[in-house]
Design a protein around this ligand. Structure first.
Ligand SMILES: NC(=O)c1ccc[n+]([C@@H]2O[C@H](COP(=O)([O-])OP(=O)(O)OC[C@H]3O[C@@H](n4cnc5c(N)ncnc54)[C@H](O)[C@@H]3O)[C@@H](O)[C@H]2O)c1
Length: 233
């Protein structure tokens, strides 16, 4: 019986799709009580709604052991085509969405006997992929990386660990558009990968299970690349 997360209350944002869904499914399979959040439950960029959502979770469960911030939104465009509105929407969809959930969850994470926040930066925070118009996305992910390190410092004295996973290319709804728009995109991704395969949401979810579990009690402020070696050379 898999039970690496037995007894833990886990909130997973972005749970309707891709990596968030993969984490929600694997966390449940590992024994966690999973509260999956997506647009149908809450607009995670609406401060009032986010605060109300976590207040309701607090009223029901009293604490949160794991917060997985997988919800995100980004516009991909080359600098000369990227509107200021899309730039700002992307930074909100990458950064504000993590900040608002983490801040609202913070008292509930502190109420846990040992809590874990898992954020997602990207290989794009470490390298530029030729042919990928990811300017705003890269800026946002660099911010997630730095924010997670700071969260780890602020959480340490309260028993709250905070870590970052930096996925390489993972097949999800968000990345299907890139594969469809450009037939050479997959080739360029594989050229960067040491392992000549594309990732699936479960490849990320296994790492998240470990970070959320007591097996990772000595791990905070870390950034784990799960990217087939793309950023290792
Ligand atoms: N897929 C990849 O290749 C890849 C690579 C590196 C990093 N990442 C990061 O991993 C995380 C998950 O990516 P994914 O590919 O699974 O994305 P996805 O687009 O498949 O899923 C994101 C989910 O977030 C939800 N969401 C977005 N804005 C929301 C809002 N305002 N309120 C509520 N829900 C909202 C969407 O509805 C969607 O279900 C993101 O932070 C992404 O940037 C993904």
């Amino acid at each position: 019986m898999p039970d690496r997360l037995a007894g833990k209350v886990a909130v997973v944002t972005g749970a309707a799709s891709g990596i968030g869904r993969g984490c929600a499914e694997l966390f449940a399979a590992e024994g966690a009580t999973v509260i999956g959040i997506d647009r149908a439950e809450c607009d995670l960029l609406d401060e009032v709604a986010v605060n109300a959502l976590f207040a309701a979770i607090g009223a029901k469960y009293g604490h949160i052991d794991v917060l997985v911030n997988a919800a995100a939104f980004a516009v991909f465009d080359w600098i000369e085509d990227l509107s200021y509105a899309d730039w700002k929407a992307t930074l909100a969809g990458e950064l504000d969405i993590v900040f608002l959930a983490a801040r609202a969850a913070w008292p509930l994470l502190r109420a846990s006997a040992g809590a874990s926040v898992i954020n997602f930066a990207s290989a794009n925070a470490a390298h530029a992929l030729e042919g990928s118009p990811a300017l705003a996305h890269c800026a946002g992910k660099g911010g997630v990386l730095a924010m997670t390190r700071q969260l780890a410092m602020e959480g340490a004295s309260h028993g709250v660990r905070a870590n970052n996973i930096s996925p390489g290319f993972i097949r999800t709804a968000a990345t299907a558009q890139h594969l469809a728009a450009d037939p050479s995109f997959e080739h360029r991704v594989l050229a960067k990968n040491m392992l000549k395969i594309l990732g699936e949401p479960q490849d990320i979810a296994w790492c998240a299970v470990w970070l959320a579990s007591d097996e990772a009690r000595y791990v905070t402020g870390a950034n784990i690349a799960v990217d087939a070696g793309a950023t290792a050379w």
